[in-house]
Design a protein around this ligand. Structure first.
Ligand SMILES: *[C@@H]1O[C@H](CO)[C@@H](O)[C@H](O)[C@H]1NC(C)=O
Length: 259
């Protein structure tokens, strides 16, 4: 494994192409594959005194990032980084303020959603630009994503359940939306507000440090923000992870970003 890491470091971003099948499965975002640049991905660090933690978020307009409420509340301050798929080279963007959903419940994780606003709007580029929110066509797609739909989840989550370090490179998990029955067999949640995804083929999954990270679906081939990581199953690969359903919270998100 050490060899692979050194190889990745030397080859940098191009290293991804050089990997063999076996090397492709690195234990970041458990069993994930190296992620291409995810221009909407926000790396968020939160602080309380000398302690800190980290998670992800999704840039949804030039000034606004959607993330999990547990990433921002009740921490003293947060820092946001954007651009690229190598944590060491992401650029910090100054935070204006952040708002967790007023009904967020830390224990049940109900209403687990928050919006972070930047001081300066980003100038959209190939490297950094927003991801679309779920489409609001007629009939309202308030239950997107649908069962069996495919999502990709990017994150700098921990390497293994034992090693709680942020990964240097962004990793990606491919998952499919599970049935509501399978989801509620693992988590106590309201399926209007949340859904589950799981990778039955290659057993990739999210891990520590992936909370708030974006899950991207496609609607008529257009990528959109389907969910954000709400509960990782302690890095387990044989069970689903739970996501906040962005379509359900669209009115609240829009009320927050149009300010
Ligand atoms: C953040 O800033 C917006 C825009 O000025 C404001 O409407 C909102 O109340 C602020 N939120 C917090 C939590 O301070």
């Amino acid at each position: 494994m050490k060899k692979i890491l050194i190889l990745l470091t030397i080859c940098g971003i191009l290293g991804v192409q050089a990997q063999t099948d076996e090397q492709e499965f690195a234990p970041y975002v458990i069993n994930g594959v190296r992620s291409p640049v995810a221009p909407y991905f926000a790396y968020i660090r939160f602080y309380q005194g000398n302690n800190f933690g980290w998670g992800g978020g999704a840039l949804v307009d030039p000034r606004s990032i959607v993330t999990s409420a547990s990433i921002v509340a009740p921490w003293e301050r947060i820092r946001v980084y954007l651009g690229g798929n190598n944590r060491d080279f992401m650029r910090e963007h100054e935070v204006f303020n952040f708002t967790a959903h007023p009904n967020f419940d830390r224990f049940s994780r109900a209403f687990d959603i928050a919006v972070v606003r930047l001081v300066n709007p980003i100038i959209p580029s190939a490297e950094i630009h927003p991801i679309a929110l779920p489409p609001l066509y007629n009939p309202p797609n308030s239950d997107l994503p649908f069962e069996h739909e495919e999502i990709t989840v990017d994150g700098y989550g921990a390497t293994t359940a034992q090693n709680q370090q942020a990964a240097t490179f962004l990793y990606r998990s491919h998952q499919r939306i599970t049935s509501q029955e399978r989801c509620t067999a693992f988590f106590v949640l309201d399926t209007e507000q949340a859904f589950c995804g799981e990778d039955l083929d290659e057993r990739s999954n999210v891990c520590f440090g992936d909370l708030g990270s974006p899950a991207i679906g496609t609607y008529r081939r257009n990528p959109y923000l389907a969910g954000i990581v709400r509960i990782h199953p302690n890095c387990g690969v044989n069970q689903p992870a739970a996501y906040t359903r962005i379509s359900f919270f669209l009115p609240w998100i829009q009320s927050q970003i149009l300010i």
